[in-house]
Write a protein that binds this ligand. Structure first.
Ligand code: SAM
Length: 216
């Protein structure tokens, strides 16, 4: 996600440790205590400016959410949006970390569902390992999700979607839902991401899948 360099972002993120958790490794296995309840935990890897995860958290107060994003200049917009909410968004936290280390932050089975939305496509074959649906990432997700945990993925990028269908089925996961045009008959539960709004406004189809790990 392109965003202007914001030299003040790191300071603002540091000023809100109650939302942007500064030491997520220390919370591994402890997230229910961070939220102060035992609701399920859903996370989004590559949360960008947070439109989706904030919308989900507001729509589903009985689910806890964590948005994971690499860049200060991007995640700071999610923080600003949360701060603008009169009562905050109590069931949402943000982590400014790399998704490739999620097993440092969550115990096996601690995450009930993982969302990937409009993940960077990394079109060059030599960069395939960086795609968030590459086998190595699926292996990682399996270490934090429960036995029948699910991944929900949306993208505008047909090639990334085709690659992901292959990668997920080769991994032995069950494809529960596949849509080649989510907005043709948009489900009322759908919450749009920033990229989704941008691409669907241009008339581009949005691809979506739900995949489930299979219990051994
Ligand atoms: N999900 C948002 C949306 O749909 O509007 C943002 C999509 S943007 C194309 C992808 C985002 O994923 C970027 O903000 C990028 O910094 C973030 N990202 C990419 N790889 C990541 C990683 N390994 N860990 C955390 N965030 C990552």
């Amino acid at each position: 996600m392109r965003s202007r360099f914001k030299p003040w972002a790191a300071d603002l993120l540091d000023t809100h440790p109650e939302i942007v958790i500064p030491d997520p490794e220390q919370q591994k296995g402890n997230w229910h205590e961070v939220f102060g309840n035992s609701y399920p935990l859903h996370i989004e890897a590559g949360t960008g400016k947070g439109r989706f995860i904030i919308g989900m958290a507001k729509a589903n107060p009985d689910i806890n959410y964590i948005g994971i994003e690499l860049f200060d200049s991007v995640i700071v917009t999610a923080l600003e949006t949360i701060l603008e909410e009169e009562d905050g968004v109590p069931n949402l936290r943000l982590l400014k970390v790399n998704a490739k280390k999620i097993d440092d932050y969550f115990e096996k089975g601690e995450v009930d569902r993982l969302y990937l939305n409009f993940s960077d496509p990394w079109p060059k074959t030599r960069h395939a390992k960086r795609r968030l649906t590459h086998e190595s990432f699926l292996k990682l997700y399996e270490t934090v999700l429960p036995k029948k945990g699910e991944i929900h993925f949306k993208t505008d990028n047909r090639k990334l979607f085709e690659y992901s269908l292959m990668s997920i089925s080769n991994y032995g996961m069950l494809l529960k839902e596949v849509s080649l045009d989510l907005h043709d008959n948009e489900p009322e539960w759908n919450i749009m991401t920033e990229y989704e709004e941008k691409f669907s406004k241009k008339g581009q189809p949005i691809y979506r899948l739900e995949a489930q790990f299979l219990a051994e």
